[in-house]
Design a protein around this ligand. Structure first.
Ligand SMILES: Cc1cc2nc3c(=O)[nH]c(=O)nc-3n(C[C@H](O)[C@H](O)[C@H](O)COP(=O)(O)OP(=O)(O)OC[C@H]3O[C@@H](n4cnc5c(N)ncnc54)[C@H](O)[C@@H]3O)c2cc1C
Length: 306
C-alpha cells in the first residue's frame, strides 16, 4: 500500500508525465471527478449544489510551493475574494489554505504575514480558514505559525493533524489545550518511518485514539476520512459517550464516496465537502491517485496506451 503510494508519487513527479495528463482527454475525465473546475464560479456552483443536498463546503484554491513573493501575495488576494464571494452567494465562508502557497518556502515571516489579511477577511464575513497540513518538513513550522495566528483570531482559524505522524498525539493534545479546531486526517504524503507509522493498522489505531481524544475534549473537531470503519468508530464512540452529532462534523473530498456523503447528511450528520478548484490541480490530483490502487491502475493504462 505504502509502496504503491510512493511509486505513484515518484512517477508523477516528472514533467513528462504531467504533460501527458494535461494533454489527455480521458485523463481529464478523471481529473474532473476530483477537481470542481478551473474557475471560482465553477467551484461556487459545486458548493451551491452540495448546499442544496444538505452539505457544507470548504473551498480550496489549488496551488502549493510558490517560488516568489508576488505569487504568494496573489494567493492572499484570491483567498480574500473567495471568502467574500462565498458570503455574497449565501454560503458559509470557509476555505482551506496551504502555507507553502502563502510563501512558506521563502520564509516563516512571509507566510505568517500573508495569513493575517486572510484571517481579517474571514473575521469580517464571519468565516473560517483551515490551514491544511503538508509534508513533514513543514509540520513544526506550520504548527508554530498556526499557534501565533490562532491567538489573534481564535474563532476564524483551525489546523489539521495527520494520524500517520508519530507526533500526532502531542499535536492533538496541544490543540485541545489551545481551544483550537482540529481536522483529523490519516495523511497524504510519502513519509519516512522515522516520522510516520508505516502500516495501515498503526495509522488507523492512531486515528481512533485521536478521534476519541478530540470528541472528548476538542473544540468542534472535523473527522475527515472516507474509511467506513473509522466513520463507524466515530459514530459509535459519540453515541456511547452521549456526544450529539452537532458537536463535530465529518469531512470528505469532492468526488470521493459521493453516496456516503449524501447518506451521512440525510441521516442528520454534519457533512462538509472539501472542494478544490483552479488550474494548479496536478499535485493534488496525484495524491488522490496514489491513495487508491484502482485509480492508479486506470492512470497507468492511460500512460501505456499512448
Ligand atoms: C476533507 C479532507 C481534508 C484533507 N486534508 C488533508 C491535509 O490537510 N493534509 C493531508 O496530508 N491530507 C489531507 N487529507 C487526505 C487524507 O490524509 C487521506 O489521504 C485521504 O483522506 C484518504 O484517507 P482515508 O481516511 O479516506 O482512508 P483510505 O483508507 O485511504 O480510504 C478509505 C476508502 O475511501 C475510498 N477512497 C479514499 N481515497 C480515495 C480516492 N482518492 N479515490 C477513490 N476512493 C477513495 C476508498 O473506498 C477507500 O477504500 C484530507 C482528506 C479529507 C477528506
Amino acid at each position: 500500500m505504502n509502496l504503491m503510494r510512493r511509486s505513484v508519487l515518484a512517477i508523477a513527479d516528472n514533467g513528462r508525465v504531467e504533460r501527458v495528463f494535461r494533454g489527455s482527454r480521458l485523463a481529464r475525465g478523471l481529473v474532473n471527478r476530483f477537481v470542481a473546475g478551473e474557475t471560482l464560479d465553477q467551484a461556487l456552483g459545486a458548493a451551491a449544489r452540495l448546499h442544496t443536498s444538505g452539505m457544507t463546503t470548504t473551498l480550496d484554491l489549488l496551488g502549493e510551493n510558490v517560488a516568489t513573493v508576488d505569487a504568494s501575495r496573489a494567493a492572499v488576494a484570491s483567498y480574500v475574494a473567495i471568502l467574500q464571494r462565498m458570503r455574497e452567494a449565501g454560503l458559509e465562508p470557509n476555505i482551506s489554505v496551504k502555507l507553502t502557497m502563502l510563501g512558506l518556502d521563502l520564509g516563516d515571516t512571509l507566510a505568517r504575514d500573508n495569513v493575517g489579511p486572510i484571517l481579517e477577511a474571514a473575521n469580517a464575513v464571519d468565516g473560517f480558514v483551515r490551514i491544511d497540513m503538508e509534508g513533514s518538513d513543514y509540520t513544526a513550522r506550520t504548527m508554530d505559525i498556526f499557534t501565533s495566528v490562532h491567538n489573534r483570531f481564535p474563532n476564524n482559524v483551525g489546523i489539521v493533524v495527520q494520524s500517520y505522524l508519530r507526533r500526532a498525539e502531542d499535536d492533538v493534545r496541544h490543540a485541545i489545550a489551545q481551544g483550537a479546531r482540529v481536522r483529523l486526517v490519516k495523511g497524504a504524503y510519502a513519509e519516512p518511518e522515522t516520522v510516520a507509522y508505516p502500516t495501515r493498522g498503526e495509522i488507523d489505531e492512531s486515528f481512533v485514539a485521536l478521534l476519541e481524544l478530540l470528541l472528548d475534549g476538542g473544540h468542534y473537531p472535523a473527522i475527515a476520512t472516507h474509511d467506513p470503519a473509522l466513520i463507524r468508530a466515530t459514530q459509535g464512540y459519540a453515541l456511547r459517550m452521549g456526544i450529539p452529532p452537532d458537536r463535530y462534523e465529518f469531512q470528505m473530498l469532492y468526488g470521493v464516496r459521493r453516496e456516503e456523503q449524501s447518506r451521512l447528511a440525510t441521516e442528520g450528520y454534519r457533512m462538509r465537502v472539501y472542494v478544490p478548484f483552479g488550474t494548479e490541480w496536478y499535485p493534488y490530483f496525484t495524491r488522490r491517485i496514489a491513495e487508491r490502487p484502482a485509480n492508479a491502475l486506470f492512470v497507468l493504462r492511460q500512460l501505456f496506451d499512448r
